[in-house]
Design a protein around this ligand. Structure first.
Ligand code: CO
Length: 227
């Protein structure tokens, strides 16, 4: 490990600033003028996954939310605030849910290791594993099983995005960002696009709302407020 001393980080910071300014004296002045990131990145907290490095993106390009095993939790007020801000105020064009192989959260979910509050946090992934047990157990190695569950998890989190009220509202107004499910292979450094189709959720953004509208039309009433 290169930077064992906390002072190393401050020294690195000063060196990095000097390098940036040497290339572009206006770099930080421009950076401080505000942010219009085109991407929201939802990733795992794992220290090996700063997506900026893997995608050569600069400060100002990725709006970020990270948690253990990159979950889209419908009850996490922190995540929901990030999502709402990204969609309504920053108007991001793309949302990337990026999982990764060799994920500790996935291991905890698959193998039921008890390590504290993380057990509760990864329980939705354990539920996914129980639903897909046959498919996962058909794989021969532990690595294959863990990798498959990491991919299944990304797909589930992409689907969850479409269950949030802010996303459904954006779909209704045809302003929804495109959603991408990726998985990063730490062994190679390469990102794989899982090509998750979101079409079925886009076509039916909110079945309950459509039902209300139909009811209102049939009864010749004003349409209800969006829920
Ligand atoms: Co992880």
């Amino acid at each position: 490990m290169k930077n064992n001393n906390i002072d190393d980080l401050l020294r690195n910071n000063q060196a990095w600033v000097a390098e940036k300014l040497a290339l572009d004296p206006m770099y930080f002045e421009q950076l401080s003028s505000g942010q219009t990131p085109p991407y929201l990145y939802i990733g795992c907290s794992d220290s090996r996954l700063p997506l900026t490095n893997f995608t050569r993106t600069e400060p100002g390009e990725l709006f970020v939310h990270r948690n253990i095993a990159n979950q889209v939790s419908l009850t996490d007020i922190n995540f929901l605030a990030v999502l709402e801000y990204a969609i309504l105020h920053l108007e991001v064009k793309h949302i990337i849910v990026c999982g990764h192989y060799d994920c500790g959260g996935i291991k905890a979910a698959l193998e039921g290791r008890t390590i504290g509050i993380i057990d509760n946090w990864v329980n939705p992934i354990r539920e996914l594993y129980l639903q897909k047990q046959d498919e996962i157990h058909a794989l021969t190695t532990r690595e294959e099983r863990l990798n498959r569950l990491a991919e299944i998890n990304v797909a589930a989190q992409v689907k969850n995005l479409f269950q949030t009220s802010v996303m459904r509202q954006a779909l209704e107004q045809q302003k929804a960002p495109m959603v991408h499910g990726w998985v990063l292979d730490i062994r190679t450094g390469l990102i794989k696009d899982l090509n998750i189709s979101t079409l079925e959720w886009q076509l039916h953004p909110c079945p309950l709302l459509l039902e209300f509208r139909l009811y209102a039309i049939l009864n010749n009433k004003n349409q209800p407020e969006p829920i």
